[in-house]
Design a protein around this ligand. Structure first.
Ligand code: NAD
Length: 499
């Protein structure tokens, strides 16, 4: 009998109202059933929102440093259970253990950062234009935060949203991706153990179009934070626009690594292997375009094919494995479709097929794949594939590389390998992305810096760092007039006017 998991509502682990469950299976070994998770309904969302609303008055008035203390305890407990949770995450998500350990570390760092931020939720005090009057701004929590998360960072992304939301004094309803519900169940266990009061964090498992849509529509949720595909983000954006919800969207990418002819090619090679095939290409920041300058194109492609062809595929908990499986059958089918597109638009230089053989047949494994002769503007050069597929594009000079980088609808991250400072600063200035790396791959965000993208990758907000705290709080301006008389602001005879 498979393990049956529950929702967490109002401080109790509870069954879904309809008694229905969905299966969560290991993408590397489909015969491995991890457990049955609630296929919740609108009714469960209603209950979770009611619990979160009931907990809000007390939690929002708890001093922010005390809220932060709980998150520092969460950081300690995540550290203690890092290996166990990383293993659970690899089992349900597929990426190799070193990567899920990194995912856990990002969550730990986010917990400690948020813990301290509770002592630092700065407002501003500014001079009033009038005598004997005080003017300042403070930050206030918003209410129930609805958090909807994707599969690819099963721990880090939920913590990016949940911890700042909590420190700012909001209560939370979270719906994790249906592919990775176990990791978030473990995270919520930790929050419970750390002493989060009842109803402050509520977990509702289920499908996007059921539970996710119910959260987006719910009048008791004034704020939605979503990370996932641009297509889903468009639906959520339209719904939130109708009801005027505060909304943060972090969506797809088509990230490019640019290699100039003066670059350290060994370094650039390490970078693109990690960027394109790490996490099986399923990072929002994955390198899916490699832009090579004419002079080094042929040599670099040859070296890349040699190295990528040697990557070892397998179950992420086994030693010596470099690349895990894709997340599910639909993702495999999508990658297979793009292989046909790639064959029409370019030259298949490596891979191109499902990976089979010992230890691979029961999972969604796909060979690391490289297409060359891809033209800017083509589908392979502009559409997000979200798999281990790299499109190589040739360019003549930096201007052309910048133009190619920018001609996609996404704008998450970019990278340039060069020894030329001028080229580096041109990249910082002219690449249309939320993040640009010099001499490092397109992946590698740090927890204490803002993270997010421009154009159709995001809607102007950022996760991480100091900026996310602004999303989870409202600014309120407070004036105190102690002059004892009616003073009129914006009137041209204010005290001290020089004319
Ligand atoms: P997805 O859009 O399929 O699902 C994301 C979440 O949305 C899941 O929890 C899902 O259940 C839910 N959902 C689906 N339909 C919904 C609906 N109609 N209403 C409400 N919720 C709904 O994305 P995914 O496949 O889990 O993740 C991959 C995508 O996420 C890629 O496009 C990737 O680039 C993107 N991503 C972006 C970032 C970033 O920070 N920019 C980070 C990670 C992943």
């Amino acid at each position: 009998m498979a393990d049956q998991f529950k929702n967490f509502i109002g401080g109790a682990w509870v069954e879904p109202s309809n008694g229905q469950y969905f299966e969560n299976r290991n993408p590397a070994k489909q015969s491995d059933l991890i457990g049955l998770f609630p296929r919740s309904t609108r009714e469960d969302v209603d209950r979770a929102v009611a619990a979160a609303q009931a907990a809000f008055p007390e939690w929002s008035r708890t001093p922010a440093p005390a809220r932060g203390d709980i998150l520092r305890r969460v950081g300690d407990l995540l550290t203690e259970r890092k290996d166990e949770i990383a293993r659970a995450a690899t089992r349900e998500m597929g990426k190799v253990l070193t990567e899920t350990r990194g995912d856990l570390q990002e969550g730990i760092d986010t917990a400690y950062y948020a813990g301290v931020e509770g002592r630092r939720l700065f407002g501003k005090t500014v001079p009033s234009e009038l005598r004997n009057k005080w003017a300042m701004s403070v930050r206030r929590p918003i209410g129930v935060a609805g958090l909807i998360t994707p599969f690819n960072f099963p721990l880090a992304i939920p913590t990016w949203k949940m911890f700042p939301a909590l420190v700012c004094g909001n209560t939370v309803v979270i719906k994790p991706a249906e592919d990775t519900p176990h990791t978030v169940s473990l995270l919520v266990e930790i929050l419970e153990e750390a002493g989060i009061p009842k109803g402050v964090v509520n977990l509702v498992h289920g499908l996007g179009e059921e539970v996710g849509a119910a959260m987006v529509d719910h009048p008791g949720i004034p704020l939605i934070s979503f990370t996932g595909s641009t297509e889903t983000g468009s639906l959520i954006g339209a719904a939130c626009g109708r009801s005027h919800k505060r909304l943060s969207l972090e969506m797809g990418g088509k990230n490019a690594q640019i290699v100039m002819s003066d670059a350290d090619l060994d370094l650039a090679l390490d970078g693109v292997l990690w960027g394109a095939f790490g996490t099986t290409g399923q990072r929002c920041t994955a390198t899916s375009r490699l832009l090579l300058q004419d002079e080094i194109h042929d040599e670099f492609v040859q070296r890349l094919i040699d190295r990528a062809g040697k990557l070892t595929l397998g179950y992420g908990l086994d030693d010596g494995v470099d690349v895990g499986p894709l997340i599910h059958a639909a993702s495999l089918a999508k990658v297979e479709e793009y292989i046909e597109v790639g064959k029409r638009e370019g030259t298949l230089a490596l891979g191109g097929s499902r990976a089979t053989g010992e230890g691979l047949d029961d999972g969604f494994f796909f060979q690391p794949t490289i297409f060359t002769d891809i033209k800017p503007g083509s589908r392979m050069a502009t559409e997000e594939i979200f798999g281990p597929v790299l499109s190589v594009i040739r360019f003549k000079d930096l201007d052309e590389a910048i133009r190619i980088n920018n001609e996609v609808k996404y704008g998450l991250s970019s990278s340039i390998y060069t020894r030329d400072n001028v080229a580096s600063f041109r990249a910082f200035q002219d690449l249309d992305n939320g993040i640009t790396y010099v001499n490092a791959p397109t992946i590698g965000a740090e927890a204490h810096l803002p993270f997010g993208g421009v154009k159709q990758t995001g809607n102007g907000h950022r996760e991480g760092g100091w900026e996310v705290y602004e999303f989870y709080s409202e600014t309120k301006v407070c004036y105190l007039d102690y002059s004892g008389k009616l003073q009129r602001a914006q009137i041209d005879n204010y005290a001290g006017a020089p004319y």
